[in-house]
Design a binder for this molecule. Structure first.
Ligand SMILES: [Zn+2]
Length: 499
């Protein structure tokens, strides 16, 4: 591959290129496999950066260990609020929820919040409780401040956590820049050269712009803006903004919650909660209003919809705006549970299902409890969705999942989790071919962002963004796929990661 000014200019045999060009620099990776730089078409890049700033409590073997990790983290980089994430009492000998005694001893004056691995529970100290105004009489709709012997233990469940999180000061610019730099480094390390930040605040869009202008941010980013009044008012009238490293051309909304916490909006009640169909979190009238603005100014609309009722509601509203054979590429993010009658509507209206194959293999152990056996054929219907438009993007939704795009590839083709389970794969009829799975994280992911003319394949004229692997994704055994390593990553022909 010959590269000039950051772009691919030719591909061919080594000798032929050596004859045709006199390079200033030459890179020889030896016997490796080079792919177009991987693209994550749906992730939470900023959130991941914030997560990297918190104490890592994943895998703590006891409550005591979790607290000492937090103390060590605070000594390394002191913060006015101490944050940690990832503890799980199921890994401890006692398997019981802790109380805040140890935490108050370690942090008598500094507020602390430690989120459990699933974020539905958190431990806080006395200082955090008092700043949040939580006492023994506090009642929270949809949440609980747990008490033992009439005293608060420091354990907060669901909505009670937001009483604390809302008094935590928003990150300042220093913290944000650090989060972005560290998230970028991690992304390059796993072979990603472009990411799509799902749900972006105005000030973050502006920070990305500033950092890219200063050359302090290299990774290419497609921002799905939050459909806030500020974003709609500020960005819609300007029309899409597309630069070498950033695309601002879509609005993101949420039509429902997630399946794990029974927040996904279903057409019929949950099999394991017959009283509930989940949550509709978006008024169709509001979606209609945003769709009107987006269409008038040339923006995509990307709506999170997981349950079949949410998917149907979004399609119903989209149908008012989309003609058959349009090329507006309005997206449904996740599209996890789809009623069979709605599947052809993706093709008819050219709606792009933006899927995450790892969700299927992460959820497989409990999803049939939520849906019951009869509805399982509606879940993760990747093949049928792919056939609608002939292409689809596959992302990770990190940090909900881990950031490695190759996990999405493995999950898509093998339908197995990281441990190679289950034998034969979960819903193997919904597997993608290796060719499709590679396209879904390169050229099809680019297409979902209207970026296929500048990236997604190694073609003369496109950016020389590429990922070097030790493994041939097209022919390696399943085991070798799971073991494959990223050797190097390049953006615009410059190495941004090297093992
Ligand atoms: Zn997401």
């Amino acid at each position: 591959m010959a590269i000039d000014q950051g772009r691919v200019i030719a591909l061919g045999k080594k000798d032929e290129l050596a004859e045709a060009y006199t390079p200033r620099h030459r890179l020889d990776f030896g016997n490796v496999f080079i792919y177009p730089g991987f693209i994550d078409p749906h992730c939470h890049f900023m959130d991941y950066g914030y997560l990297l700033q918190e104490a890592n409590l994943y895998g703590s073997g006891s409550w005591g260990e979790a607290v000492s990790r937090l103390v060590a983290h605070q000594q390394r980089s002191p913060q006015p609020w101490v944050k940690g994430r990832g503890w799980d009492q199921n890994l401890w000998k006692m398997q019981e929820f802790p109380d805040k005694t140890l935490l108050d001893k370690a942090f008598p004056h500094t507020p602390v919040i430690m989120r459990r691995v699933d974020s539905h529970a958190a431990m806080v100290n006395e200082k955090a409780l008092s700043l949040a105004g939580i006492d023994v009489n506090t009642q929270v709709e949809g949440g609980l401040a747990v008490k033992r012997d009439g005293k608060l233990t420091g354990l907060l469940l669901d909505n009670a956590i937001s009483l604390v999180s809302k008094v935590i000061p928003l990150p300042n610019e220093y913290t944000k820049r650090k989060a972005i730099r560290e998230a970028e480094k991690a992304c390059f390390g796993v072979g990603l050269t472009s990411v799509s930040n799902a749900g972006t605040k105005t000030e973050d869009v502006e920070l990305f712009q500033r950092m890219q202008a200063e050359d302090a941010m290299t990774i290419r980013i497609y921002v799905m803006m939050e459909a806030s009044g500020t974003n709609l008012g500020l960005f819609a009238p300007q029309g899409p903004i597309v630069t070498d490293r950033m695309s601002i051309r879509s609005f993101k909304l949420y039509a429902d919650g997630a399946l794990g916490s029974r927040g996904a909006h279903l057409l019929e009640p949950y099999a394991d909660d017959p009283e509930s169909c989940g949550l509709q979190t978006l008024d169709p009238a509001e979606l209609r209003r945003v769709c009107g603005i987006a269409k008038a100014h040339g923006f995509q609309v990307n709506v999170h919809a997981i349950g079949d009722a949410a998917v149907r509601m979004v399609l119903d509203v989209y149908e008012e705006f989309l003609e058959p054979c349009n090329d507006l590429r309005w997206r449904i993010e996740h599209a996890q549970i789809v009623q069979p009658d709605d599947i052809p509507r993706f093709g008819r209206l050219s709606v792009i299902p933006s899927i995450q194959t790892t969700h299927a293999t992460s959820d497989m152990k409990w999803v049939s409890a939520r849906l019951g056996p009869a509805r399982m054929m509606r879940a993760y219907p990747y093949r049928a969705l792919l056939e609608q438009n002939g292409w689809l993007p596959n992302g990770s939704d990190f940090p909900i999942e881990r950031i490695e795009p190759l996990r999405g590839f493995c999950s898509a083709v093998t339908k197995k989790n990281d441990e190679g389970e289950p034998e034969g794969g979960f819903q193997p009829e919904n597997a993608l071919t290796r060719d499709e799975a590679l396209k879904a994280m390169t050229i099809w992911a680019a297409r979902a962002n209207f970026e296929e003319d500048s990236r997604g394949s190694l073609t003369p004229g496109k950016w020389a963004d590429f990922t070097v692997l030790d493994t041939d994704l097209m022919s390696a055994s399943e085991e070798a796929l799971r073991q494959s390593k990223v050797i190097a990553t390049a953006s615009a022909g410059t190495l941004v990661h090297q093992q």
